[in-house]
Design a protein around this ligand. Sequence first.
Ligand code: SAM
Length: 256
Amino acid sequence: MPINFHDRANRFTYANRNIDPAWIRFMEQEISWHGKRVVDIGCGGGIYTSELLNLGAKSVVGIDFSEAMLSVAKSEHKEIEFRNGDAYATGLQDCSFDLVFSRALIHHLRDLPAYFREVYRILKPGGIIITQNRTVADCHLPGSPDHLRGYFFKKFPRLQQIEKDRRHNHDKVVQALLQTGFTGIVSKSLWETRKTYATFEQFADEMRNRSGRSILHELTDGEIEELIRYIAAKVGTETPVTDRDRWSVWIAVRPE
Ligand SMILES: C[S@@+](CC[C@H](N)C(=O)[O-])C[C@H]1O[C@@H](n2cnc3c(N)ncnc32)[C@H](O)[C@@H]1O
């Protein structure tokens, strides 16, 4: 069953992680955040929303349609304004933001052009949309100690179809941006460490909680245990575990 973002039981799933310095460096290099009015759509627990302020943004608003997620974001990041809103209809004013960011949102949206139209509406002319997500190609890189997610699909091939159905491929994202009227489209790859675990058992416990990995909601508890044993056999259980993913980041401009 897909993850239910509105279930309070899942409210910490995107709340307790440290941001990879590689993500911060990437965002510093690619975007000028200083003095900008920014919105983070699908902000979850607000970890990245808060970091956008540290990157120099003048103000940041976090939008999410889940009160459960927002309740944690609000209590953890009191300096940020969080609002309940849908990605397709944020309730924000026309032409009011310099930058619109989203991370790990668009594979939860069926109608990508409708989302981009909403972003276009709230951006000022000259404003920039930054969309971070994984394509099917990103997800299906082979499993290795550096890319544990690849093992999920090797062990349970049916998960590949779920990703194919919900992920937008590169061409589709570019097409939808162009169709909306965005220009200057640039796409980049970013390797981001999700988390480093001091022991394999800590990693296994987080797998059992399905924390931060919505695809694991498609597996039963028994299958998760099988997957943990499978990964243990591949990477061993004696050394720290680093969980990294490759992401695609699309940057585009609303023309002046
Ligand atoms: C995978 S989480 C990512 C959270 C955060 N951006 C991060 O990277 O840690 C996706 C988030 O998008 C939110 N979301 C999904 N569909 C949405 C929609 N249609 N409108 C607003 N938020 C949505 C979910 O509630 C969830 O918090």
